[in-house]
Design a protein around this ligand. Structure first.
Ligand SMILES: CC(C)(COP(=O)(O)OP(=O)(O)OC[C@H]1O[C@@H](n2cnc3c(N)ncnc32)[C@H](O)[C@@H]1O)[C@@H](O)C(=O)NCCC(=O)NCCS
Ligand SMILES: Nc1ncnc2c1ncn2[C@@H]1O[C@H](COP(=O)(O)OP(=O)(O)OP(=O)(O)O)[C@@H](O)[C@H]1O
Length: 233
């Protein structure tokens, strides 16, 4: 199973790219969707959030007031880290399970759409890292326009993540979303074409020469280990 990690900064266009990929039939595992599932009413995730943040982050019907929790964590680093500690292990477990399900369904590859791919450990385990980029000024503009938030709130969200310039340093593939949607779509089409080609060859070789499967897995892990070492220096 060839797993591509798709990431970017807030509002650089990850969801737009994963939507285009989904339209082209690419299997997607979306961390933002999973992050909503693990805080549905009755889940351990929601109980732990209430225990730490209090009932003020709940609506009267007992569901999570996301706006309220967001305004707390995007303005307080220690609280954000605490929320991450509560939710990320459950999100990762569910993501791995989704990948396994795609594999069991016979899919040769899938794309993990994970906003915090580089900030967490997952980027070390994917075969390829694709980063959706646009300059910070456009990022802010799109965020304010999409969420109707103030520039101040938008900046607070932006600074809660590694900067987009730093994320690009980890990329095997950069998708530049500074231009039009048409331009973005043609980059996504090229990405799918390359992906099909790479995966096709890997898949065929692993059947023709069984040790090839093991060798290519070893190659991915070694490459990741080398780039991990280079980037931490
Ligand atoms: C704080 C919450 C309730 C705010 O919800 P809201 O509906 O306003 O935003 P949404 O979930 O759509 O996230 C929008 C974007 O914010 C960014 N973001 C979300 N959580 C975080 C975080 N903990 N740290 C940094 N950036 C984050 C991501 O880029 C994400 O794509 C929510 O984001 C959340 O539960 N976050 C913790 C889980 C998490 O880390 N999710 C990111 C995917 S792993
Ligand atoms: N090329 C483009 N031109 C103009 N607007 C765009 C372009 N690409 C995306 N957008 C818009 O920018 C906003 C942010 O895009 P999107 O929601 O895909 O970002 P995201 O990276 O998934 O954000 P988040 O991290 O908050 O989930 C959306 O309103 C989207 O419609």
């Amino acid at each position: 199973m060839w797993v591509v990690g798709l990431t970017g900064g807030i509002a650089t266009g990850k969801s737009t790219v994963s939507g285009l990929l989904r339209d082209k039939g690419v299997p997607i595992v979306d961390a933002d969707i999973i992050a909503r599932k693990v805080v549905e009413p009755g889940t351990t995730g929601l109980k732990q959030i209430v225990k730490y943040f209090g009932e003020v982050v709940l609506f009267p019907d007992g569901s999570l007031d996301r706006k309220k929790l967001g305004s707390v964590i995007f303005n307080d680093e220690s609280k954000r880290k605490r929320l991450n500690t509560i939710l990320h292990p459950a999100i990762r477990r569910m993501m791995v399970w989704e990948v396994v399900k795609h594999w069991l369904c016979g899919k040769k590859y899938c794309v993990l759409d994970v906003p915090l791919l580089i900030e967490g450990p997952l980027w070390k385990w994917v075969a390829q890292v694709a980063v959706v980029y646009c300059p910070e000024e456009i990022q802010l503009e799109r965020l304010v326009q999409r969420d109707g938030s103030t520039r101040e709130d938008a900046s607070a969200r932006l600074s809660s993540q590694l900067s987009i310039v730093d994320k690009v340093k980890y990329a095997d593939v950069v998708i530049d979303n500074s231009g039009t949607r048409e331009n973005l779509e043609s980059q996504v089409t090229a990405l799918v074409y390359d992906l099909e080609k790479t995966v096709g060859w890997t898949w065929m070789l692993s059947w023709l020469i069984p040790p090839y499967g093991i060798l290519s897995a070893a190659w991915i892990l070694t490459r990741r280990a080398i780039s991990r070492k280079t980037k931490s220096n």
